[in-house]
Each structure stands twice: as structure tokens, then as C-alpha cells.
Design a protein around this ligand. Sequence first.
Ligand SMILES: NC(=O)c1ccc[n+]([C@@H]2O[C@H](COP(=O)([O-])OP(=O)(O)OC[C@H]3O[C@@H](n4cnc5c(N)ncnc54)[C@H](O)[C@@H]3O)[C@@H](O)[C@H]2O)c1
Length: 353
Amino acid sequence: MSIAPRTRLALIGCGLISPAHIRAFGSQKERVELVACCDSRLESAERAVELASTVMRSGDTIEATTDFNAILKDPSITALDLCLPHHIHKEVTLTALRAGKHVLCEKPLALTPEDCDAMAHEARAQNRVLMHGENMRTASNVVVAKQALTAGRVGTIVGIQATYAHWQSEALNRDWRTRPAESGGGHLMDGAIHFVDVLRQLGGEITGVHAMTTQYRPELGAESEDTAALNFRFEGGHFGQLFASHASRGRGASPVVTVFGTEGCISVEPFDGAGSVVLFPHEGEREILLAEHNWQKTFDNEVSHFLDVIRDDVPLYSTPEDGRENIRVVLAAYESAKSGREVSLPKWGGWRR
Ligand SMILES: NC(=O)c1ccc[n+]([C@@H]2O[C@H](COP(=O)([O-])OP(=O)(O)OC[C@H]3O[C@@H](n4cnc5c(N)ncnc54)[C@H](O)[C@@H]3O)[C@@H](O)[C@H]2O)c1
């Protein structure tokens, strides 16, 4: 039996989230070879290589570099994982695709739906994979909840509610994150967008949003919201809500999503913890559908899926269209917060059916 060669990949951007990606490569080290860690700051690339050398195959050589062009020119590197500030996602993705690389790009895919369209178009033109890096798409608890909903375990959905409230550390909220022109907004575009994705996965497409936003922590330096309350309409006719804040202490990252139905409810706790998916049927005992959930595993699954799509041509689960739609919802929320009115999100051609 022949063994397929490992996919040769480079990590571009070695900041805050990169350790989760590096550990995910480690979880797939028999299928992926991490060739280089690239960052405009050499010390960040070196730190990434230090970690990578503890999780990848012993004997692998991993280069720390600031030379993105050399990576682009190396035909043996076929895939890039982009963990970069939001405002450069589009340009770096386009450049990478044109150089013939498959791309996994962290959320939000870009700053506007139009930029996402350009990226998706280029991926098709170059016949390369462009995966929207949304780890909540590959979170086992969201997947399990979705399966239960599809199986009709709560009957007809009547509503869906999500909370994503925590205290954003000052260390995290710096540089490009404090500049809306680069980050695309505040907490909604950076953190809460994960839960826009979860709401869409569990509740279906969003057709209207009414939002209020505010800021409690000007000391973070951000010119935009740290707290938001959103009401949604879904294509299925039900309603939804998201309360998102990074000015709230007490429960750490405390995301909870509840889907309310005519026959029961499902509660999802998207981060670690026992009872991470619980079904509350209208008759009978509550049922734990998934007891354990592991945040790192969401990234392991993400990288594993990216490799499956590149190597085995399996259908992409987290598409550029999903990335586009999450951004469209967040931008509609900003528009609504400004005008004080509900903003409709008309159907467009790209929704998953
Ligand atoms: N999935 C999640 O839970 C999660 C969590 C945090 C961040 N993210 C996403 O990951 C991405 C990166 O966020 P972060 O928190 O790691 O940011 P960060 O600022 O900590 O890291 C970004 C890195 O990119 C480097 N960089 C900037 N421009 C570059 C360039 N042109 N070439 C090479 N390197 C360059 C910076 O030096 C920095 O080290 C963002 O899209 C963010 O939304 C996702």
C-alpha cells in the first residue's frame, strides 16, 4: 500500500491564535508537514517554530522566516494557513491563490461581502481550495446539536438564543484590533461573529437584524463597540437573539446557545465543560448528547477537514460563502445600530441549500 506524501504547509501569521493552529497541525502530523512559520516579526515566527518542533514529527525541519515571497515561490509548499489581521486577509489570500496555494484563512474571511466574492472567485479560477477558517463549524458540540435538530429532536424551532460574554484582556486588544478600518469593527466582527456562524448553523439563514451596540471599556483603545444586543429573523420564520460582550467578568468565556422548539430544547456550551450539549425533551429525562467538548479539538478538526478537502476532494464544509454571510450579518447589525431600524437581509444566490 502506498502512503500519500504529507501536504507541505506554511503558517502565515504567528500571533495570538497561532498556537491553536500549530497544535492542530501536530494532531495531523502524519498527513501534514509544517515547512515554515512566517511572520513579519521574526521573533514571533521563531516562537511558533519552538512550539511546532514539540508537536510535529521529530526530525522535521521547520523554518522561521519573514520572507513570504520565498514561500509563494516554493512549489513544494502547496497549502497556506493564514492567521493574519483582518484587513490583509483579502490581498494575502488572492496572492496565495494566484501562486497556486490552497488557503485556509481565519475568520472573518475579509472585511466586506464583495471582498469575499473576489476571494471565492479567485479560488474557483485557480482551482484551489479556499476554506473559511471558522472553528465553530468544526466544533463537535455544534455538530452534535445540529444533528439532533435535523433529526427533529426539538420539533419545530421557535427561537434560538446565544450569549457570548467575557472579559477581553488588554493584552489581546491592541494594534490592528483597536482600529476599525483594519479590524472591520469591534467585538461583533472579531469575537461574536463566531456565534453568528453558530446561529446560522443551528437556526438557518438570517433574514433580518435589529441591533444595539455600546462601549463600556474605552480604555481598550478601540473606537468601536465592546457590547451588543442583536435580534434576528430567520428564514424559517423563527426569531433569535445574541448578547455579546467583552466587558463582562465572572464566567470567563461563557458562551451558551439554546435552541427552543415545540418538542423540547437543546442547550449548547461551545467551550470546554461537562454537559456541553443537553437535550431537554418535553417529556422524559434530560439527555446529555455530548458530555465533553474540547476547544483545541475544534482547530484539530478544522485542519483535518482542510486536508481532507485538499487530499481527498471531499466537499468543503466551511465555505467562502459562509464567511461572506457572517460578515453580511455583522455589517447589517452595524447599520441597524446606527439607524435604530431593523435591516433586512434579502436572499442571495450563495446560501447553502
Ligand atoms: N478562531 C478563533 O477562535 C480565533 C481567535 C483569535 C483570533 N482569530 C483570528 O485569527 C486571525 C489572527 O488573529 P490573532 O489574534 O492571532 O492576531 P495577532 O495580531 O496576535 O497575530 C497576527 C500576526 O500576524 C503578523 N503579521 C501581520 N502582518 C503580516 C504580514 N503581512 N505578513 C506576515 N505576518 C504578518 C503579526 O506580526 C502578528 O504576529 C484573525 O483573523 C482573528 O480574527 C481567531
